[in-house]
Design a protein around this ligand. Structure first.
Ligand code: HXC
Length: 517
């Protein structure tokens, strides 16, 4: 019978062995690739580098293909819990040094256990991905494991925030777990995700493309829109996760964390009165407005590389968190296309799920016209914005800055979609369509019959603009609460948000609505 000393020594040696994971050489290789190890990543993620590791001694149960002779410490994934910014969070971190971080039955079970704990504790879940995918030797056990991971991702969805960091390969079906989560942060150069890799694509379609071009951060952030944030390295990826979490509540029953402020700060920025150019066809940078209105340094943009014609960003006003959806006139004149619709709808639904008030800044000439857009389903995709804003029950406030035309205006959350407060700047042009288009329809015959049709058209456009493309026609019918000087926007928003703090919007019970997917 071993003595206590021997038992303690055995525990120590087991712990040391697991801590070393794949061994010194593999740690060196991981570092030489610019990657941290799975445990180093968790140390960086958690306050003071401390986390409570669970199922450290778990082992795979497989005997196939000689696996019974393979020692796989912690079965290639480190799972645990700890504090991030003083708040509880759960995480899993795949260990590429152990059989390429491949996912076998035990590996998947550990991840599901930690997700189940996050769900029950009402705390965020962070998944750090660095894996060769399904552990081929474990076959259907691996497949079942992935199925369970996807199932838990879905259970957690809308209950606790889920953040995926892709810090290595994440290929094939494995990519669907991050895709089911709320935000994806990808590390440049080392992170890659795709369903079918370059070799499979070459065999199937003959297309030749490198793994980085296909699944690297640039492609996945700007082309597919799968990735929300690009990080230069593991350290930055974890820093982004920290910042993101600082805007989010722990779960759907809590409010987002506010920073303490004594009183409402009604600072007026005179420059804001002159941001919108005199010529309404001239673009300007919507950021000039957002930076002036929200707390200094508080803008935290999501999806910044994708559909740049719409801005989705977290921010604070007087310390309170808000989710901003804003048209960006310097990109496609701020028109809403398919990608912008998807990006904004997803953000709106996230904010609504986690009790984050929504603020829209509207300068939209319409949905982007074109055959490609129509055939691509702009009707279905644009409808997602109408649906998600209408369905959102959090406080909804809209600032009409300039153009607010037709269905695209409604899609930015007009009063008729349930906006609680809508205010317009004097530069606002709220109308069913732009003056050019309206005149073409209303005065087709008069223009044709005129001595100088071009001049007549110009004249009529000017008349239409003066009469209808102003905020006052809309204000006279209660479509906007008021028309304010742009410099008063921060004060207006502060009061509006404060007055809506206890908003209740109860809807009929149903299983779920049918967002046009
Ligand atoms: C078992 C794996 C593995 C896997 C890697 N390894 N992927 N073992 N199953 N899926 C092992 C390697 O054999 C090697 O073991 C160690 O991990 C390191 O891998 P290397 O190839 O040496 O590393 P590297 O050169 O960096 O290449 C990384 C890689 C490559 C690009 C990820 O390993 C690779 O292509 N792996 C296979 C990817 C794949 O086809 N996965 C299955 C997809 S199917 P040793 O013993 O030498 O250390 C799938 C279906 C999921 O995922 C379905 C869910 C719905």
């Amino acid at each position: 019978m071993p003595t206590v000393k021997k038992k303690l020594a055995l525990l120590k040696s087991k712990n040391e062995h697991i801590q070393l994971s794949g061994g010194i050489d593999r740690i060196d290789t991981q570092h030489s690739l610019g990657k941290l190890t799975a445990r180093e990543r968790l140390q960086l993620l958690y306050d003071q580098g401390f986390y409570d590791e669970l199922y450290r001694f778990a082992e795979h149960q497989s005997h196939a293909f000689g696996l019974d002779k393979r020692d796989l410490p912690a079965d290639g994934v480190v799972t645990g819990l700890g504090a991030i910014g003083g708040r509880l969070a759960y995480a899993s971190s795949q260990d590429f040094m152990v059989m390429g971080g491949s996912v076998g039955g035990t590996h998947a079970w550990k991840i599901c256990e930690i997700m189940d704990m996050a769900l029950k504790a009402g705390a965020p879940y962070i998944s750090i991905n660095d894996s060769g995918g399904a552990r081929i030797q474990e076959g259907v056990d691996s497949l079942r494991g992935y199925g369970r991971i996807f199932y838990y991702n879905t259970l957690l969805s809308g209950v606790v925030p889920q953040i995926a960091i892709i810090a290595g390969p994440c290929a094939g079906g494995a990519a669907y777990s991050p895709a089911l989560m709320d935000f994806i942060i990808m590390v440049k150069d080392t992170g890659q995700m795709f369903i079918a890799g370059p070799e499979v694509i070459k065999a199937a379609t003959g297309e030749i493309i490198s793994a980085e071009e296909l699944g690297g951060a640039a492609a996945q952030a700007s082309q597919s829109g799968n990735v929300h944030f690009i990080a230069a390295n593991d350290q930055e990826a974890i820093h982004i996760a920290h910042t993101l979490l600082s805007y989010l509540p722990a779960n759907n029953t809590e409010d987002p964390p506010s920073l303490p402020t004594d009183s409402l700060l009604m600072i007026e920025d005179e420059a804001l009165n002159y941001v919108v150019p005199d010529d309404s066809r001239e673009p300007y940078d919507m950021y000039d407005i957002l930076r002036s209105v929200f707390d200094s340094g508080s803008l935290f943009e999501v999806h910044s590389h994708y559909a740049k014609n719409i801005i989705c960003s977290f921010a604070r006003i007087n310390g309170r968190v808000a989710g901003i959806v804003a048209n960006q006139p310097i990109e496609k004149f701020g028109a809403i296309d398919i990608d912008a619709s998807d990006k904004a709808s997803r953000f709106v639904r996230f904010c609504n799920a986690f009790n984050i008030p929504l603020v829209s800044f509207v300068d939209v000439p319409g949905f982007l016209p074109g055959v490609e857009q129509e055939f691509g389903g702009i009707i279905r995709h644009g409808a997602k914005m109408l649906f998600s804003f209408s369905a959102a029950t959090v406080p909804k406030i809209s600032i009409v800055v300039r153009k607010a035309y037709g269905g695209a205006y409604l899609a930015m959350c007009a009063k008729s979609l349930g906006a609680d407060r809508v205010v317009a700047w004097p530069t606002a042009e709220i109308a069913v369509m732009g003056a050019e288009g309206a005149v073409g329809v209303l005065y087709k015959n008069e223009i044709k019959a005129a001595a100088d049709p071009k001049e007549k058209r110009k004249e009529l456009i000017k008349e239409y603009r003066e009469e209808f493309s102003t905020p006052y026609a809309a204000a006279s019918k209660g479509l906007v609460d008021s028309v304010i000087e742009p410099k008063q926007t921060r004060g207006y928003l502060s009061v509006a948000l404060e007055s809506l703090r206890n908003k209740r919007d109860l809807r009929p019970q149903k299983k779920h609505g049918l967002i046009p997917l």
